[in-house]
Structure formats: structure tokens, C-alpha cells
Design a protein around this ligand. Structure first.
Ligand code: WTA
Length: 669
């Protein structure tokens, strides 16, 4: 894999580095971890005696049907946690609360997108008891359709309660879910079905986004017709499509395959035992972009993942029974898995779920939700915060945000300006901010402040969570001194770590465990300051982070060259004030094809159709040819400079322009 050298940090991070924010005594007094020394003590034990530490935590935090024989079985790259133990995720998220005072507490508060200005938003609330009932009903639907332990189920739904119900129902039976973000295309659905060999798709007629309907069922129908380059049907494993009626739009209905969610639920039984599953039983596959090729199916398993999701939710968000906790991520991403569904519910918390966009029907949508639901913990992304800054303080200013007590950030580095705005305007200078670094692969939060314990500085995710041993290393895998940039690796296994790439052990080993032998390679650049805080610089592989979404340059290039007019394509990132990074594609066209603005639009739409709207290039530049090294590798570093530096103006990037720059730039071989 081509790893680029990490030499400089964004200037802004350095500017604010000296400003330290200490947890307030009032917050610390009531927090789960109430002092820095308590954090250090627990952290040190988790690193020095991991087996003892995790044994105790797993007993205290989860309900097991059968105890484990061994805490960890580790042989690079394969980890087994709580070997021989048996448990069930839906049981730990639902049943365990039914014999407590939480039984009739709200588990899920859902708010739909208002159908227009002035219209009241739709709301649904499920207590733990009600959610348990829905999950049991739906698990019986899945059983009746013939699904067996280990079968894969693809979930392609909007942000509606049925998404959480479907996920939990799968875990109740030991079915492996794979949630596909509703913004992905028919092609992406088909590719994921093919890779996972899923038997069932759960979808909806449509979902609402900024007042219009996203036609999910139509995408599924199209996905079912798609074939591979060699003519093979990509979705032949699918037996049934379960359709939730959400948007009320017309859909094609094929009675041989399609069934309505509500019809099936009507006749299902509300009693369904949770299946006793091995701690290492596959829990879910979540596809995410990598440096090369198609997205990889990241596999998480039962016991270790749930322990990580539960413990991080409890300690990082300092969850209490009185909280209304809102993570704004979509369940199509890992943040939605761990911090909308599994983590909060395992803690018996009240989790808020919102279907729509932050700026529809108005720019104060989030703040209206915070006020009306008395949200106390808010977890969102820097991209959203930067958009709020741009829209202006008048929008949050219209609402009473005094219910908030803790703020979180995830998905990309938060620039200090956005951190300060979040702190002052949203948090009223009283709420701690937890900047949480982690990845789809890590299952849960890895580097983060604990709000009652850790002093923070705007722009750093600070220190590792329990059991996590991160290190910043150089090209040879040696630890670099403080204040020096390098690659971020994790030295020790942790319970929530990925267990593999679905169906591809070779790629698993090569991608994560070969860069620095025996350690997990994150793909991120990083630097530690004098106090040991970790400052994440961003990706150093060919993965871009656009508005908090991971996008593989290779994937977008693949989509572009699949267009009949395109000869070659190279995609790079360019800094973007709002989105963090924007996508710039350099494209050479086949002989005789003219570069026109219409063709640019066609190519953008083509990528949207192949992958999904999130992957549409922000800018397409036509070039006569792409600059290459003598060995034929595209000189991405050069293109990145061209994309962000603005040295080259106009629509067409000519060979001459690029060769001039090439002569000034060292080859990337
Ligand atoms: C980036 C999202 C800086 C990072 C949970 C990582 C961050 C990638 C932060 C994973 C943060 C996530 N500060 N960068 N607090 N959180 N990232 O898999 O580059 O969608 O590798 O998981 O997002 O993205 P993923």
C-alpha cells in the first residue's frame, strides 16, 4: 500500500494548542470516572493486566448464558475474546431491562422529518418493553421466512425505528446483519448482496430527505436485476424482500419475492427466545471503503463488540438514567450501530433517532429537537458543526439548549474554530466536549477524553480508552518521539476489534497487520504532544474523508472508468472548508470524445448511480493524460497539489501543465 509521508499538521491545531479545558468540579463529582488519577489507574491496569481487567468488566457489564473459559486467544491477526462464553446481544439490550425500573422507560424516541414547513414532525416512542415486543415479533417473521443462525440479512432502510428493530431481531436469532446506508445506490446494494450472499433484504418503499422521497424499494428492484461483468446475477442469493411502508409512494410489488412488513407482523407471535450464541458468533458485516478495490466487509462478533459498545457509551458519554441521548449518525454507518443502537440500549439509556437533515425545513431543526426532547447528550460530526457555524448563531439562538450537559464529536478531525463554536454557542461554555477517534474496524471509541476526568484541548482526541494501546511510529515501525508526526497504530488487541474482512483473510492480513508487523495499522497520520495527547492528522492512505464519510479513491476511479467515455481517472482530495475534504477527479477521455460541461455533469451523475450521491466528485478536471512515474504509477501527490493549489486554471488540465509540475516534483515511486 502506498503510504504517504506525514510531514505537516494543519496550522490551526497548533494555534490553539495551549488552551486547556479542565473538567468542571460539578461535572466530575457526578461522573462515572471522576478524576484523572482514577482514569490513569484503570487504564494502567487495563494495559498491564488486560485479561484480569476484561474478565472483570465482561462479568460486570454483560449478562452471559455461559461463562467463558479463556478471556483472550490471540494469534496475529486472529483474536477470540471470551472464548467459550455464550450470550445474546438483543437480550443484553432489551430483556435485561425488563425486570428493572427501566422496563417502561423510553428506549427509543424517534422523530421523522416534517413533511413540510409548518407541519408537525412525526414522533414515535418505544419503551423497553414495547421495543422488546416489536423485536420479538420481527424475529419471528424472520424465522418464518426460513432464516437460520448465521444467515446474512441486508438492511437498507431510512432512519426509522424499524431499522433498529430489524438489527436487534437479527441479533436475537444469530442472523448476521449488513446495514447499507440509504444514500447508496442500487449497484452498491447488489455488490453487497453478492459479497455477503444475503438471503433477505429489508427495505422501505421510500424515506424522506429534505422534503423529497428517496426511492429505496425502486433501488432494490433495480439492484435485483444487476449482473457482474461476466454476466452473473449479483443477487441470486435473495429469497425475499421485506418492505416497510414509510413514504406511502407507489412501488412495484412482486408477490413471489416481496412481503409487507406490517402484514407479516400482524400474524407473528410476540414470544421469541433469544438464541444462546457463542461470544465469537458473527454479529454484523459493515462495508467500508479502503485504499484499493471495492468496499470491504468489516466483520464484528458478539461478546467483544458489545462490551466495547456498552463500556465506551457508559464512560465516554457518562450515561445516566435521566439522560436523553442523541447521536445524529445514520444507522448505515458504524457510529449508528454502536452509538444509536447497541451501546445506548445495552446501558438502558434513552436513545433519540432522527430521520431527516439538519436544515429541513429550517436551519434550526437540530436545536428544535434538542429543546423539545430535552436532549442532554449530543453526539455529532465536525462537518455538521461547520455547517451550523456558517448558517449563523441566530438558529441555535432561537432555542433553549440548557438541557445539554455533554457534547461529542466524531468522524474527522475537528478544527479548533469549530470546537470553540460548539463549546460556546451550543454548549453554553458549560458542557465538556468529547472528541472521539475511532473507525468502522475498531467497533467503538478508541481515543477520547473521559468527560469528568480528562483535560482537553480543542482539536485533539486526547488519550486512549481502557485497553487501547496506540502508538505513533515511523516508516520502519519504530515509535517516534513526542511532537513528531507518524503513522497511528494499535499495539494490542481490544475486545471490539474487527475479526476479519468477510471472505477475504488475505486482504485482512495485508491491510491491517502487515504495515507494522503484529500491530493494527489504522491508516491515519498522528502526532502526540508533550502531555501525550493524540492529534489525528487524517488519512494517509488513499481513503478520503468527505463530510465525515469514508470514500475510497479507487472506488470512485472504478466508477468513472466504467463510463463509456472515460479512458483513465485519478481521484484525489482537496481541503474543503465545510466538508473537510472535497473530491477532485482528473479524467482522460477516449479518443474523439469532447470534454464538455454536460459530460462533467454526466460523469458526476454516473458516479452517483454507481456508488451513491455521497461519492459524486465535487470537481472534474479533464486532462490530456495523467502524470505518471516511470513505472506507470499515477502521481497522486502531484495531482493533489494541482487540485488544491490552483496552479492550473480553467477546465482542461493540459499535458504541458502537468509535465511542468512533474519536473518540479520528486517522483512518487
Ligand atoms: C476519521 C467513523 C479525527 C479517521 C467512526 C478514521 C477521525 C476514519 C475522528 C474512520 C476524530 C474518525 N478525529 N479523525 N475524532 N473520528 N476519524 O470508519 O480518519 O467511518 O480513520 O468510522 O474517520 O471512519 P469510519
Amino acid at each position: 500500500m502506498a503510504i504517504k509521508k506525514v510531514s505537516s499538521l494543519p496550522a490551526a491545531s497548533v494555534l490553539h494548542e495551549t488552551r486547556v479545558f479542565h473538567p468542571s468540579p460539578e461535572f466530575s463529582r457526578r461522573a462515572h470516572i471522576s478524576s484523572f488519577s482514577q482514569y490513569r489507574k484503570m487504564y494502567e491496569e487495563s494495559i498491564k493486566s488486560p485479561e484480569k481487567f476484561w474478565d472483570r468488566q465482561a462479568r460486570a457489564e454483560l449478562t452471559w448464558f455461559k461463562p467463558w473459559k479463556k478471556v483472550l486467544d490471540w494469534k496475529v491477526p486472529n483474536a477470540k475474546w471470551f472464548v467459550g462464553g455464550q450470550l445474546n446481544v438483543s437480550y443484553n439490550c432489551l430483556d435485561v431491562h425488563l425486570s428493572t425500573d427501566r422496563a417502561n422507560k423510553a428506549a427509543l424516541i424517534w422523530e421523522g422529518e416534517p413533511c413540510g414547513p409548518g407541519k408537525p414532525p412525526e414522533q414515535r416512542v418505544f419503551t423497553y418493553r414495547q421495543l422488546h415486543r416489536e423485536v420479538c415479533l420481527f424475529a419471528n417473521v424472520l424465522k418464518k421466512l426460513g432464516l437460520k443462525k448465521g444467515d446474512r440479512v441486508l438492511i437498507y432502510l431510512p432512519m426509522i425505528p424499524e431499522a433498529a428493530i430489524a438489527m436487534l431481531a437479527c441479533t436475537r436469532l444469530g442472523l448476521v446483519h449488513s446495514v447499507v446506508f440509504g444514500g447508496f445506490s442500487a449497484q452498491s446494494v447488489a455488490d453487497r448482496v453478492f459479497d455477503s450472499q444475503a438471503k433477505i433484504i429489508i427495505t422501505a418503499d421510500g424515506g424522506f430527505r429534505r422534503g423529497s422521497v428517496v426511492q429505496l424499494k425502486k433501488n432494490v428492484d433495480e439492484g435485483l436485476t444487476l449482473r457482474s461483468a461476466s454476466g452473473e446475477c449479483l443477487t441470486s442469493s435473495i429469497h425475499r424482500v421485506i418492505v416497510v411502508r414509510r413514504a406511502g409512494c407507489d412501488v412495484a410489488f412482486n408477490p413471489q419475492i416481496d412481503v409487507w412488513w406490517h402484514d407479516e407482523m400482524e400474524t407473528a407471535s410476540p414470544r421469541c427466545e433469544a438464541v444462546k450464541l457463542d461470544s465469537e458468533h458473527p454479529l454484523f458485516i459493515l462495508y467500508t471503503s479502503g485504499s484499493t478495490g471495492k468496499p470491504k466487509g468489516i466483520l464484528h462478533t458478539t461478546g467483544g463488540y458489545l462490551l466495547t459498545a456498552k463500556m465506551t457509551s457508559k464512560y465516554v458519554f457518562d450515561l445516566r438514567d435521566s439522560d436523553v441521548y442523541w447521536c445524529t449518525a445514520d444507522v448505515g454507518w458504524v457510529t449508528g450501530h454502536s452509538y444509536v443502537v447497541y451501546g445506548p440500549l445495552a446501558n438502558g439509556a434513552t436513545s433519540l433517532m432522527y430521520e431527516g437533515a439538519p436544515n429541513f425545513p429550517n436551519f434550526d431543526r437540530f436545536w428544535s429537537i434538542v429543546e423539545r426532547h430535552n436532549v442532554s447528550v449530543l453526539y455529532t460530526a465536525p462537518t455538521a458543526i461547520r455547517a451550523f457555524m456558517k448558517w449563523g448563531v441566530q438558529w441555535p439562538g432561537k432555542h433553549d439548549l440548557s438541557s445539554l450537559r455533554l457534547l461529542g464529536s466524531v468522524g474527522e478531525p475537528i478544527n479548533p474554530e469549530a470546537w470553540m463554536w460548539y463549546h460556546e454557542v451550543i454548549g453554553g461554555k458549560r458542557c465538556p466536549i468529547v472528541d472521539t477517534w475511532w473507525q468502522t474496524e475498531t467497533g467503538g471509541i478508541m481515543i477520547t477524553p473521559l468527560p469528568g476526568a480528562t483535560p482537553t484541548k480543542p482539536g485533539t482526541a486526547t488519550l486512549p480508552f481502557f485497553g487501547v494501546l496506540p502508538e505513533v511510529v515511523d516508516e520502519t515501525g519504530e515509535k517516534v518521539p513526542k511532537e513528531t508526526s507518524g503513522k497511528l497504530i494499535i499495539r494490542k488487541p481490544w475486545p471490539g476489534m474487527l475479526r476479519g474482512i468477510w471472505g477475504d483473510p488475505k486482504r485482512f492480513m495485508e491491510t491491517y497487520w502487515s504495515e507494522v508487523k503484529g500491530s493494527y495499522f489504522t491508516g491515519d497520520g498522528c502526532r502526540q504532544d508533550k502531555e501525550g495527547n493524540f492529534w489525528i492528522v487524517g488519512r494517509i492512505d488513499d481513503v478520503l474523508n468527505v463530510a465525515g464519510h469514508r470514500i475510497g479513491t479507487a472506488e470512485v476511479e472504478g466508477a468513472l472508468v466504467s463510463n463509456k467515455n472515460v479512458a483513465e481517472a485519478a481521484v484525489v482530495g482537496r481541503p474543503d472548508e465545510l466538508k473537510g475534504q472535497a473530491l477532485v477527479a482528473f479524467v482522460t477521455l477516449k479518443t474523439g470524445i469532447k470534454p464538455t460541461p454536460q459530460l462533467k455533469e454526466e460523469l458526476r451523475n454516473h458516479v452517483g448511480k454507481e456508488i451513491g450521491p455521497v461519492a459524486k466528485p465535487d470537481d472534474i478536471r479533464f486532462a490530456d493524460m495523467l502524470p505518471k512515474t516511470r513505472s506507470g504509477k499515477i502521481m497522486r501527490r502531484l495531482l493533489k497539489q494541482v487540485a488544491s493549489g490552483g496552479e492550473i486554471k480553467g477546465d482542461t488540465t493540459t499535458l504541458e501543465d502537468l509535465s511542468v509540475l512533474a519536473s518540479l516534483t520528486a517522483a512518487e515511486d
